[in-house]
Design a binder for this molecule. Structure first.
Ligand code: SF4
Length: 439
């Protein structure tokens, strides 16, 4: 089977002849409302200057700036020259941040714990080594998770026997913002700064391989290299058969001198959102449907610049502000624009762009979802992703119920109609993503 969900199962990889068509900064998608460009920040790290450029381009395109399910930024409605100018402007500020060389996109996605300052250097190392790779499929996703209380930046120089630290990894527990539950192909979890553990995706989800190594970046890169060497036409690790996946694990050992420990580590939750201020000086906020309009972007920029805070985009479409000097003030200023209440009904809700911006959509899914939340028919319990057709674009990782718009004449499933005078514009059935969903 290819992919997690009923709509990801598209083609046996032996018959796949094309490269993946994920949009990027230079390879734009031609949507109904113009060119769509996507930017993949390393570990979600986005500077205030980059946010200003992105938000300005989104405003020019007539759409909000969007967050994606991989912690990327998306800008819509661009003319071709505007899109080139946008990519060039972003490269001018930080050439190594959101983009690869001119005309070349970052090869794959890279997530990192949004609250971890310790992983910044590790993420930078991995990104630098991947830059320019043409053998890495664009859909590959690498996640770096920090469950340590120590100094990961020095992890590669540790001399301890990795086996001595296997217990620490085993005992490490997920925290808010844990990225290991995002279904990444390659997940590396760091414990107290001395040991990194390798988890690989597979038919039953992300699983601890038992491999341990003191060098987190080296372990992640060895796994990417081993997959790239054996993937044939596969785009994702979960597409490999058991024998090939086992060979990849052996190959990682050969490439990295990783040792085999006890595979007891489990991935974190699919939605580790923790909205609001935290004791570590961070603040997590949720733009509804991952959309930042002009006033919201302006308020966010003000906070970032005045408090010198760092910004991380997350794959659960939230934003984490780190190193705030006054989290309470930031909360006050952002509360009018984004969700900040940990009990927000918008937690865990997302949607594809839908009509009218996507010509394939059977409904205005974002408008319908907003209506459903307002009327109490959605939000608060089960993670949901609403989509305008069976392609189910933007479906987040982990367990999620996909709510798919159907043609009103389709007899399958059930239609949801609001009572009490609020009429839904689309008709929906709930689709359980195969094998991984209980909601
Ligand atoms: S899921 Fe369908 S309607 Fe939604 S953005 Fe993708 S193609 Fe368009």
């Amino acid at each position: 089977m290819l992919g997690h969900g009923p709509y990801c199962v598209t083609m046996p990889r032996s018959r796949r002849t094309r490269t993946d068509a994920c949009p990027g900064a230079w390879r734009r998608h031609d949507a109904a409302d113009g060119a769509l460009a996507r930017f993949r920040p390393v570990g979600g790290a986005t500077s205030a200057a980059e946010l200003r450029v992105l938000a300005g381009a989104a405003a020019l395109g007539g759409s909000p700036l969007e967050l994606t399910s991989r912690g990327s930024w998306q800008v819509r409605g661009l003319a071709a020259t505007t899109a080139d100018d946008l990519a060039d402007a972003l490269r001018a500020d930080r050439p190594d941040a959101l983009l690869d060389a001119r005309g070349r996109d970052v090869p794959c996605g890279l997530l990192a714990s949004p609250r971890s300052t310790r992983l910044d250097a590790v993420a930078g190392q991995v990104a630098a080594a991947l830059r320019g790779r043409v053998d890495v499929p664009g859909r590959l996703l690498v996640a770096l998770e920090d469950r340590s209380g120590g100094d990961v930046s020095g992890v590669a120089s540790q001399t301890q026997n990795p086996v001595q630290h296997a217990d620490r990894v085993r005992k490490a527990t997920p925290t808010p913002g844990d990225v290991s539950g995002q279904g990444a192909d390659v997940t590396v979890v760091v414990d107290d700064g001395a040991t990194a553990a390798l988890l690989l995706d597979g038919p039953h989800g992300v699983v601890d391989t038992g491999l341990r190594h003191p060098d987190a970046a080296g372990l992640a890169l060895a796994a990417v290299d081993a997959f790239a060497a054996r993937r044939d036409a596969a785009w994702r690790v979960r597409e490999l058969d058991d024998a090939t996946r086992a060979a990849v694990v052996d190959d990682v050992v050969a490439r990295s001198t990783a040792v085999v420990g006890t595979p007891h580590l489990t991935p974190g939750p699919a939605d580790p959102t923790a909205l609001g201020p935290h004791a570590d000086g961070s603040l997590e906020v949720l733009p509804r449907l991952g959309e930042l309009d002009v006033p919201a972007a302006a308020a966010l920029l003000d906070v970032l610049e005045q408090q010198g805070a760092a910004l991380r985009a997350t794959p659960w479409r939230t934003l984490v502000l780190r190193d705030l000097t006054d989290p309470a003030d930031a909360l006050r200023r952002l509360a009018a624009h984004v969700e900040t209440d940990p009990a927000s009904r918008w937690r865990g809700l997302s949607a594809c762009v839908g009509a009218p911006r996507c010509a394939k959509s059977l409904a205005d899914v974002r408008g319908d979802l907003a209506d459903a939340v307002a009327s109490g028919h959605a939000g608060g319990l089960v993670r949901q992703h609403w989509v305008g057709c069976a392609r189910a674009c933007g479906t987040p990782g982990g367990r999620v119920a996909v709510v798919e718009a159907l043609d009103s004449g389709t007899p399958l499933g059930y239609n949801v109609h609001a009572t009490g005078g609020r009429q839904q514009r689309g008709h929906y059935r709930t689709v359980v993503r195969s094998g991984r969903v209980t909601g």
